[in-house]
Design a binder for this molecule. Structure first.
Ligand code: ADP
Ligand code: 5GP
Length: 187
């Protein structure tokens, strides 16, 4: 395939609770051809999360090995846990011509920008700070101290928004999913 028709890697980042998973799930319901990378994480599963579907849930030792063996395209520590993108699967899908999406944090997005400058970086922003707090708290999946930690990280992530190629404001899940598909040239 000539380089100009190779689909670009798209990275979606944004503060915890802004709605990244919700938007991606909505988008993939109608466009299952968009391939979403499954990350490895040392975080414990939330109720309903499945190994190999939402994440590969790994031990600290297993994460150490993935990093040492160079098996991760990028990795970062976020709010007390480590997360990383398995490299081989991403490169295989890009080579197969499939649109590839990574849903990762700011530190990971910066690493992808450095190693794959052709990637497009999309920032998902909340309509307001108060709405972000409401969503993160309302999700009900984290203890109050974890929410505080994630809101601290959110301030850093929001300040980095100008580093991204595009910003989408998550007011309507349907609208943002459509805009993201358009950025990925899927529709
Ligand atoms: P993230 O993956 O960015 O951490 P989630 O997708 O888990 O965030 O969403 C956090 C919470 O916000 C969930 O309870 C979700 O239902 C809600 N949410 C997501 N998008 C919207 C939206 N556009 N309007 C209102 N609530 C939303
Ligand atoms: P959560 O614990 O809410 O699933 O994810 C916490 C944060 O880690 C989110 O910002 C999410 O995008 C990010 N994340 C998930 N997987 C990866 C990954 O493979 N690499 C990096 N750098 N961040 C990730």
């Amino acid at each position: 395939m000539p380089p100009d028709v190779r689909p670009r890697l798209t990275v979606l980042s944004g503060p915890s609770g802004v709605g990244k998973s919700t938007v991606v799930a909505h988008m993939r319901k109608e466009h299952p051809e968009v391939w979403l990378s499954v990350s490895a994480t040392t975080r414990k599963p939330r109720p309903g999360e499945q190994h190999g579907v939402h994440y590969f849930f790994v031990t600290d030792d297993e994460m150490d090995k993935l990093i040492a063996n160079g098996e991760l395209l990028e990795w970062a520590e976020f709010a007390g846990n480590r997360y990383g993108t398995p490299r081989a699967a991403v490169l295989e899908r890009l080579d197969a011509g499939e649109p590839v999406l990574l849903e990762i944090d700011l530190q990971g997005a910066r690493q992808v920008r450095a190693s794959m400058p052709e990637a497009q970086l999309v920032f998902l922003a909340p309509p307001t700070w108060e709405e972000l707090v409401r969503r993160l708290t309302g999700r009900g999946t984290e203890a109050p101290e974890v929410i505080e930690r994630r809101l601290g990280a959110a301030k850093v992530e929001l300040a980095a928004e100008p580093e991204f190629d595009n910003t989408l404001v998550n007011t309507s899940v349907e609208d943002v999913a459509r805009e993201l598909l358009a950025l990925m040239d899927v529709v």
